[in-house]
Design a protein. Structure first.
Length: 237
């Protein structure tokens, strides 16, 4: 059985058409199993009987404060991973390109996922912490933990600044299915489509996960940027 946290959210909505029939959706919204994932005991109930966990639940805004991002991302991931110890052999964690956002801001690219993390905001910093929790979990307990640094997922491409980080719906499904089936102890991968020019290096996702994206934002006529609404995020300057 697959457990999907954030199971009624935007990213899960993109993925649901290809998820297996034996899936448990966990969310704070009505229509899913409602568990408080900041609480270890409730997190343990949420993952009971799972063969794999796809952790999409998050506090995702690039404009949030560290205290908010810590509770919504780090505390939740910590409780969830502790709940999976010795019980769930595969965990896929949704991270973000914001974990490496300052490389993008500096114009360095394509950004290699193996470089030292350099977040552009509190949200990105919280995702770096989530990745490190995943690394410790994999090393200590022997399960598989795969971190996907997702780009813009489930959004229409309406501004040029997002073209290089766009993850189209079909490619998002290919990526997550590849991650769920990959034989990898621990890895961190960018989740973007085959956009050109490449701003985020997806070579290791192709080689280690078998991810084969087919969509490219350069084929689209994309509107000009509007003013960026998150002054506390430095990904775009």
């Amino acid at each position: 059985m697959l457990v999907v946290t954030g199971g009624l959210g935007r990213v899960a909505g993109v993925l649901r058409p290809v998820l297996p029939s034996d899936v448990r959706l966990v969310d704070v919204k009505p229509g899913a199993e409602r568990w408080d994932l900041t609480d270890f005991r409730q997190a343990a109930e949420a993952v009971r009987g799972a063969d794999a966990v796809l952790h999409l639940a998050a506090s995702p805004s690039p404009g949030q404060t560290w205290s908010w991002a810590r509770r919504g991302n780090v505390v939740v991931a910590d409780a969830l991973l502790r709940a999976c110890e010795g019980r769930v052999p595969k965990v896929v964690l949704a991270s973000s390109v914001h974990a490496m956002g300052l490389y993008h801001q500096s114009g360095m690219g394509p950004v290699d996922p193996g470089w030292e993390p350099l977040p552009c905001c509190a949200y990105g910093a919280s995702k770096v912490a989530v990745e490190e929790l995943g690394r410790v979990h994999a090393e200590r307990y022997g399960g598989s933990v795969i971190c996907l640094r997702l780009g813009s997922t489930g959004y229409p491409l309406v501004e040029r600044r997002y073209a290089g980080m766009q993850l189209f719906d079909g490619d998002a499904r290919r990526l997550v299915l590849a991650a769920l089936s990959a034989d990898v102890r621990f890895g961190v991968y960018f989740g973007v489509s085959a956009n050109t020019p490449a701003q985020w290096d997806i070579t290791n996702a192709r080689v280690e996960l078998g991810y084969e994206p087919v969509e490219d934002s350069s084929a689209l006529d994309i509107p000009e940027d509007r003013p960026y609404e998150f002054p506390n995020c430095r990904m775009f300057g």
